[in-house]
Write a protein that binds this ligand. Structure first.
Ligand code: TXA
Ligand code: MG
Length: 307
């Protein structure tokens, strides 16, 4: 793919490039160069206290950057490459720009599965810091068009490889806690630990309005993924000209999944929000989504979109 070679050249020159992963499109830059990483924060308008995820080609590369214990290695072996991010102690000799971790002594790291991101990792030969490729706080991008719209004029290249398959950001795990729900559920990650989908709540009750979810996941702001108009959740019908996003078979209404499949719904979620946002409707309403499996991640994103 010619676009990959061009992207790798830009990365090596310290630029940032948008590239699809299996979750959402990421805005990638060389994680070892502070100026390259600063370019990510500038393009997104992201506060620099919110650290980034570093992407590497395989577990061996990850072990050169982070300290793995037995639990982390087991998770990595089971779910990498894939939509799992591990927060681990940062190695002193990792060579990662301190702007990536916002000065923390831990690092968020993952091995992506998507062919475009894997190809870019190989062609650039660099660990790549990459947040979602959208302006900070707005709806995450699952298509190249979403990136182009959100970051128009701010980045030199978007690698277009179609819609991203999972559609919501990676599950972030620290120790035995889920810091951000994602495509991999608590049941999949920690089978038999008996806490099921509630594992997330170990971090305590959901934060009250105005507060953040503690210091462990500094970027998990209450308001995020936000369209430019109000979002109403658990809606059973459209009111006052709302754009209704359904779930399950709802005749005549756009639905995240006609057959009520949560994986399909997650893949369609951000695209539906982008289209609802671009519509003439004054507000958005979303049908109830079951709080199981990847539904936990869908509801997490919807709550922040509605906040
Ligand atoms: O699927 C994904 O994870 C996508 C693709 C592009 O890989 N990336 C992504 O990055 O969602 P971003 O920057 O939008 O979200 C990263 C999250 C933020 O909530 C950030 O606060 C958290 O990871 N994070 C990063 N480093 C951390 C650390 N050391 N400790 C705790 N949370 C951390
Ligand atoms: Mg993001």
């Amino acid at each position: 793919m010619a676009a990959i070679a061009e992207a790798a050249t830009l990365i090596r020159a310290g630029e940032c490039v948008a590239v699809p992963t299996e979750t959402v499109y990421g805005l990638a830059a060389d994680a070892t160069e502070s100026r390259a990483v600063a370019g990510i924060y500038a393009a997104k308008g992201r506060p620099s206290f919110n650290p980034l995820i570093v992407h590497v080609p395989d577990l061996a590369a990850a072990e050169r950057i982070a300290e793995f214990d037995e639990r982390a290695r087991d998770l990595a072996e089971r779910f990498w490459p894939g939509p799992l991010t591990l927060v681990l102690p940062l190695r002193a000799d990792a060579g990662i720009a301190s702007l990536v971790t916002a000065g923390l002594d831990t690092i968020a790291i993952r091995v992506p599965r998507h062919r475009a991101m894997q190809a870019l990792l190989e062609a650039s030969g660099k660990p790549l810091a990459a947040p979602s490729a959208n302006a900070s706080g707005s709806i995450s991008p699952t298509r190249a068009e979403h990136v182009a719209k959100s970051l128009a004029g701010r980045i030199p290249l978007v690698i277009d490889d179609g819609a991203t398959p999972a559609g919501v950001e990676s599950t972030i795990v620290m120790g035995n806690r889920i810091l951000r729900p994602g495509p991999l559920s608590a049941e999949q990650l920690f089978p038999g630990e008996g806490r099921g989908a509630d594992l997330d709540s170990e971090a305590g009750p959901r934060p009250s309005p105005g507060k953040e979810a503690g210091i462990v996941a500094p970027g998990q702001l209450d308001s995020h993924y936000a369209p430019s108009k109000p979002v109403r959740l658990n809606a059973t019908e459209a009111q006052g000209g709302e754009y209704l996003i359904g779930f399950g078979p709802i005749p005549g209404v756009e639905t995240l999944s006609a057959i009520g499949d949560l994986t399909e719904a997650a893949a369609n979620l951000f695209d539906a929000l982008h289209r609802a946002d671009a519509s003439d409707a004054p507000a958005i309403a979303v049908a109830p989504i079951p709080e199981t499996g990847i539904g936990v991640a869908i509801n997490d994103r919807l709550r922040r979109a509605a906040y």
